[in-house]
Ligand binder design. Sequence first.
Ligand SMILES: Cc1cc2nc3c(=O)[nH]c(=O)nc-3n(C[C@H](O)[C@H](O)[C@H](O)COP(=O)(O)OP(=O)(O)OC[C@H]3O[C@@H](n4cnc5c(N)ncnc54)[C@H](O)[C@@H]3O)c2cc1C
Length: 288
Amino acid sequence: MIPRQFEYHAPDSIPDALGLLTRFGDEAKLLAGGHSLLPMMKLRFAQPGHLIDLAKINELKSIHETGGTLRIGAMTTEHELIASKLLQEKCPLLVEGARLIADPQVRYKGTIGGDISHGDPGNDHPALMLALGASFVLKGASGERVVPADGFFVGTYDTLMEPGEIMTEIRIPTPTAGAGYCYAKLKRKVGDFATAAAAVVLRRKGETVVEVAIALTNVGPTALKARAAEDSLRGKALSDASIAEAARLAMGICEPVADQRGDAEYKTAMAGEMTQRALRMAYSRASH
Ligand SMILES: Cc1cc2nc3c(=O)[nH]c(=O)nc-3n(C[C@H](O)[C@H](O)[C@H](O)COP(=O)(O)OP(=O)(O)OC[C@H]3O[C@@H](n4cnc5c(N)ncnc54)[C@H](O)[C@@H]3O)c2cc1C
């Protein structure tokens, strides 16, 4: 299919991009890597008259750490996340997750900001962001706000972002040294979205789980934070029984949509299986 005709803009600063967004209003769409937006335009699910490409805005592309916070520009590609020595050392969960996204072609162009802004429950970054306790910097004509990932995803393709705002930065509290982590993703083949996936960050002291975060991909209208499962594990030794109970509680919040990847029962079971795998791996990787 061929998209509707549109006018292309390539501003080189955030104020210029915001100016274009204000000027064209509902007719405008931001373009990042294009790997979600362009397919939607070809199917005519999205029909913007103006595309505002963020590719020339250099300040949207850095990865650095200040004051115990990792700051990642929204236009950083999956490939750049994977190649980042800083993230490999300080936030390996993000690197592990990015490596499981799509295929190299998508990873060279697709951006973390686009993946999050799109609000697709099948995308992997939302659950990674929930597990890492991230927040997002949103800039609009009237200023800047910082919103936590927890609560940002309100429905399928729906987030707290207002029309006229640009996500400029992703902030992640630098994970405690020695924290265990895992992103367990079941997919039918290389390059596919998750049938179900679980992101886990875990700290332990000896056998005891001191802190744990669990988030799920593609088993609900948004990425899901598995709070009851987390609560069931804190302050206790990890065992086969506690892992099984956490998985049961995680499965209890799943509401997947049946599709070619499986029916709701199968996807829910796989969310439990991924939760178990991620917990075991994160626990074994955590210093104690
Ligand atoms: C074959 C294939 C397989 C894929 N598999 C996976 C997968 O396994 N896991 C996964 O997570 N993703 C997957 N994707 C999606 C891919 O990661 C996309 O790149 C991603 O969803 C969107 O990022 P983008 O940079 O391409 O954004 P775009 O497609 O350019 O934009 C997506 C949406 O976000 C908005 N947007 C973009 N940037 C910003 C910003 N900075 N501020 C505000 N709004 C913004 C756009 O206006 C648009 O509405 C796959 C895509 C393809 C084509």
